[in-house]
Design a protein around this ligand. Sequence first.
Ligand SMILES: NC(=O)c1ccc[n+]([C@@H]2O[C@H](COP(=O)([O-])OP(=O)(O)OC[C@H]3O[C@@H](n4cnc5c(N)ncnc54)[C@H](O)[C@@H]3O)[C@@H](O)[C@H]2O)c1
Length: 390
Amino acid sequence: MTGVPELRIGIVGYGTMGRAHSYGYRVAPNVASLPLRPVVKVISGRDEAGVAAAAATYGAEGWTTNWRDLVDRADVDLVDICTPPGTHAEIAEAAAAAGKAVLSEKPLGTSYAQAHAAWAAVSKAGVRNAIGFNYRRIPAVALMRRMIDDGAIGEVRLWRATWLSDEFTDPATPFDWRFDRAMGGTTIADLGSHLIDMALWMVGPIDEVTAQSETFIRSRPSADGDRAVTIDDASSALVRFAGGARGTFEMARLAVRRPCDFSIEVNGTSGTLVFDYPRMNELLYGDGGDAPGLYGMRTIRAEHPSHPYAPLAWPIGQGIGYGETFVNQAVDLVTAWPNGSWTPSFADGLAVQAVCDAMERSAGERRWVSISEITSDPGLKAEMPLGTAG
Ligand SMILES: NC(=O)c1ccc[n+]([C@@H]2O[C@H](COP(=O)([O-])OP(=O)(O)OC[C@H]3O[C@@H](n4cnc5c(N)ncnc54)[C@H](O)[C@@H]3O)[C@@H](O)[C@H]2O)c1
């Protein structure tokens, strides 16, 4: 891409997501003709040796142990936040104040108040903003949404979403930020934010929720002895959509032998669509208009040239993996620079956070909670009680 101008990126955090986002920027020019060449100018992390090694491995031009230096650098156009949720709002606010575009990993914050502050900062500064709901960029998921919009299942009646992981199953897993309410948020938001985003994107706004949460393993070993776990490790919820549909969600990090299994299903008046992450190149479609002899679901291979993201994909039959969601994200963001729209944006992240907070409050208070109760109170306290008492 000689002669193509650069989109200069600073990535905050060099863990799993720092690696995934770097990968996306490196591969994007390989799969699409881009107006700009994404270049990771600098990556930050707290550990000097760790961040230096990550910069070399990921192909970043430089590194720093101070994220504020990264935000202030004149040669950074986009600040890409890949740190734990409790840090997102503060970094986004600083980036917005410096006039930088911002991409934040999900969830936008650990509370509606935090997410609101991040959204208000980018809105006030008028900077471009996006949130890393990368699963929207799986071709089969994008196709599912397109088919709903095109009326393939009629009017949506039921939504069903589960996310099952086993990352918290072993009581010997040491305490880290993921077990800390102030830094990690909740399992509702960690896993559920993706599911809630897909629900809002496909079905529309949610009015009201009722939820339950539990923390089965209440303490974890740490260098300073056992520490109390302050988040839920499994939650579930019923929801009412504004358009009349009803839905369910379940998110659990204690599901043995479930590595990262999410599944979403929509039932409409004339059809059903099912996406199952372990089979990420397929979409199941039950069409109520089929001849009775064809009763059942057909498997759509979401790799056809007519399907979303097909121009970025390998030839039909080769499929995609997790990495492509970050490649597709990078292509979408770079292609829309500087004037096209960036979706999903912080506004989407804020809408998702409102539902997460409503679920958390509902679980804590054992009652239905309307989303407007959360959104009408941007001064919401950062830490709310979890539904672990009963
Ligand atoms: N979209 C996805 O598929 C996906 C997947 C995993 C994680 N995430 C999100 O990405 C974000 C980062 O997750 P990760 O898995 O990359 O985390 P990680 O633990 O692998 O890396 C975290 C990075 O943040 C830095 N950091 C800065 N302040 C920190 C603090 N106070 N405590 C701990 N680390 C701190 C660490 O040095 C490290 O570089 C989270 O918001 C998480 O929810 C998204």
